[in-house]
Design a protein around this ligand. Structure first.
Ligand code: ADP
Length: 375
């Protein structure tokens, strides 16, 4: 049995998973860590509470699996955590200042509470370590890029690994499918996966590049940033704006797609523009990744928006029949779990696959422990 820990910036999610089966046991989420009035002043307090909650159900606990957002260039897969690994995760903090410190807090507390258990780090960036040089390299001064670690890393890798595998199985090509994964949650990314290997992804050195997100801009001309700084904003102000006050929220004041869609239906122009920009960007990436892959077997939608919003899927894929993409309206509108929503005569299958990052972390953690034990 694996304890999965996702220690984020203001919340800790935990779940006990038996990968045989798989069977899910105790799960929970502690939110608002460090906020005024919260009973949890810091991550240590929240994680101790989580450990207490799972203790009565943790018979046969064999390992702890941790979500770590940024593995930098060092990590291309999940690893058994030791002091060296912790040091390398610390070295990646400048690349993910909002995420890696809280992930490290989770690791530190769990190593203290369960010193005898193997602890494994599973990186959001690792699945993208197969990006070919042409896809991972920014066309900037090489020496500067190398000195500062500037390259594309990609994120949402754990989800993308899981969803691309399930989608490939759904179309009967478990080992050889070409898959476009659209992970549309608060953060959003598109990835092109060929035979289980990621060949392109829309997030870059940070999770700011690519698609329009709930509050993040996605792609902007870098010139915009300098224009704003010369106009009087500080670099921190520009970053804060691009990360927290852009995307759907920046365009219409709402970051929840449900609210945006309600406003569009009520004839709200600002919401309609936000929705159109969001869908236009997605269509561009689908076209781009179709060209990157050459042939697409399945487009897989996941994340809160991708799994639940039939109107977004319909709008994004409308008019793409010349590219072999045809939705089945009834399947698309039905509310069920993992399923194909394309028409029978669609050359490219379209799938909805609820993501399961916790299960994927548990599976990868169990694999690392099994490999270590057999060495
Ligand atoms: P996170 O990226 O934080 O893990 P999720 O993947 O759960 O978040 O996605 C959250 C988003 O999903 C919400 O902000 C909301 O916009 C969207 N969402 C959830 N349900 C629906 C729905 N029925 N229709 C449209 N959007 C939805």
């Amino acid at each position: 049995m694996i304890l999965v820990i996702n220690s984020g910036s203001s919340s800790v999610k935990y779940e006990l998973i038996d990968v045989e089966g798989p069977t899910r046991h105790q799960a929970g989420k502690i939110e608002r860590i460090g906020e005024p009035g919260s009973p949890f002043p810091d991550h240590a307090a929240a994680l101790e509470k989580a450990a207490e909650e799972v203790a009565p159900h943790a018979d046969g606990l064999t390992a702890v699996g941790h979500r770590v957002v940024h593995g930098g260039a060092a990590f291309t897969g999940p690893v058994l955590i030791d002091d060296d690994v912790v040091k390398q995760i610390e070295e990646a903090v400048p690349l993910a200042p909002l995420h890696n410190p809280s992930n490290l807090a989770g690791i530190e507390v769990m190593r203290r509470l369960h010193p005898g258990l193997p602890q494994v780090a599973v990186f959001d960036t690792a699945f993208h370590s197969t990006l070919p040089p042409a896809a991972r390299t920014y066309a900037i001064d090489r020496e500067v890029a190398e000195r500062a670690g500037v390259r594309r890393y990609g994120f949402h890798g754990t989800s993308t690994a899981y969803v691309s595998r399930v989608a490939a199985e759904m179309v009967g090509k478990p080992d050889m499918a070409n898959v476009i994964v659209l992970h549309l949650g608060n953060g959003a990314s598109a990835s092109a996966v060929s035979a289980g290997r990621c060949v392109d992804t829309s997030m870059g050195m940070t999770p700011l590049e690519g698609l329009v997100m709930g509050t993040r801009s996605g792609d902007v001309d870098p010139g915009v940033i300098f224009h704003l700084i010369r106009g009087g904003m500080t670099p921190d102000e520009v970053e804060e704006m691009l990360v927290h006050r852009s995307g759907l929220y920046g365009l219409c004041g709402d970051n929840d797609m449900r609210t945006v869609l309600d406003r569009v239906a009520a004839g709200d122009d600002e919401a309609a523009l936000a929705y159109n920009v969001y869908c236009h960007r997605l269509r561009k990436y689908i076209g781009a990744y179709t060209a990157v892959l050459g042939r697409v077997d399945v487009i897989a939608f996941t994340g809160g928006v991708g799994e639940n919003s039939a109107p977004v899927r319909r709008k994004v894929l409308s008019g793409l029949a010349p590219m072999g993409i045809r939705l089945d309206p009834t399947r698309n509108s039905s509310v069920r779990g993992a399923r194909l929503v394309s028409a029978d005569d669609s050359a490219v299958a379209v799938a909805v696959v609820p993501t399961d990052e916790e299960l994927e972390i548990a599976i990868e953690t169990a694999a690392v422990v099994a490999r270590t034990n057999s060495e």
